[in-house]
Design a protein around this ligand. Structure first.
Ligand SMILES: [Zn+2]
Length: 302
């Protein structure tokens, strides 16, 4: 297997955010690059395989959320080409709007969490169309558009000898190492249950041997994994149908969602350290906000 996860040790936590390194004859390609705050860990991870930042020729972004894409402007300045969904491109050229809305969420903690998000120089930015192939020397990545978590989201497929890897970004859910447990990151403003299901069907139509979510690492049981994402979508829909018609105030909604998430973890037998790790990789309040937005916009417009 020539796909190597690099642990970006986000906020000192192992196994929370990764990016993937794929060597080729002219250097290395990365799928995701993590936020600006984890560049030292990226550099260390590359060095462990005998590479340096200057060897990064290309960065393929699943989507532009800070934990996936924040370091790309800096990497572009070191020479990397940045590949992104067309709907994310303007934010990469000028991240101000993206950063303003993130600052409303994270406030004072913004810089500690995410570091610098520099704009990508225009001649380093390449937009990726649905169904297109990105060729990097002998590597060939197929891109498919998969909304549901974010509208500007792609997954990438790479054949690697007898294996075929799906880099699933956030649409394949969050699954931490050592766990048979999937959680869905459902942030505002674009979480959309029906689009998510349609995206999952597109992924399931592809033959794959491995699934590689950004949170976290390679898994060799993609059938189990994708079926568990379906189950998680069904469960959250049942919960939404029970809770949202009452349209509880956001504080109550956050508390109830957190309770439900905790219950789900207990049923699935997670130990306390994994519960905390999942919460760090995919904070429940963010999904409660996303569910409220989805409900008000798509299911019960006022
Ligand atoms: Zn995301």
């Amino acid at each position: 297997m020539s796909v190597h996860p690099i642990d970006l040790n986000f906020m000192g936590l192992a196994g929370s955010i990764c990016c993937y390194m794929v060597p080729h004859s002219g250097g290395v390609a990365l799928v995701e690059c993590g936020p600006g705050s984890t560049l030292p860990a990226l550099e260390k991870g590359l060095a462990a395989h005998g590479f340096a930042i200057e060897d990064v020729t290309d960065v393929l972004l699943s989507h532009i959320h800070l934990d996936h894409a924040g370091a790309s402007g800096w990497l572009a300045r070191q020479g990397a080409r940045i590949h992104v969904h067309p709907a994310g491109a303007s934010h990469m050229l000028d991240p101000e709007k993206l950063l303003n809305s993130a600052t409303r969420i994270y406030g004072e903690a913004m810089h500690t969490l995410w570091g610098d998000f520099l704009p990508v120089p225009e001649d380093q930015l390449f937009t990726v169309q649905d169904g297109s192939t990105i060729n990097i020397n002998e590597l060939s990545f197929l891109a498919l558009e998969v909304p549901g978590h974010a509208n500007h989201h792609h997954v990438y497929f790479l054949s690697d000898g007898p294996d075929r890897v799906c880099f699933s970004g956030d649409i394949g859910g969050v699954r931490l190492q050592g766990a048979h447990h999937i959680r869905l990151p459902m942030p505002p403003p674009e979480f959309h249950l029906e689009l998510w299901r349609a995206s999952l069907m597109r992924i399931q139509a592809q033959p794959i041997t491995h699934i590689a979510p950004t949170h976290f690492g390679l898994f060799n049981d993609p059938q189990w994994h994708l079926a568990a994402v379906w189950r998680a979508l069904d469960e959250v829909e049942t919960w939404i149908d029970q809770i949202m018609p009452q349209d509880p105030p956001i504080e109550e909604l956050v508390a109830r969602f957190l309770d439900w998430t905790t219950q789900r973890s207990q049923v699935e037998g997670l130990d306390q350290s994994l519960v905390e790790a999942y919460e760090a990789a995919n904070p429940s309040p963010m999904s409660a906000y996303g569910i409220q937005r989805y409900w008000r916009k798509h299911r019960h417009p006022a």
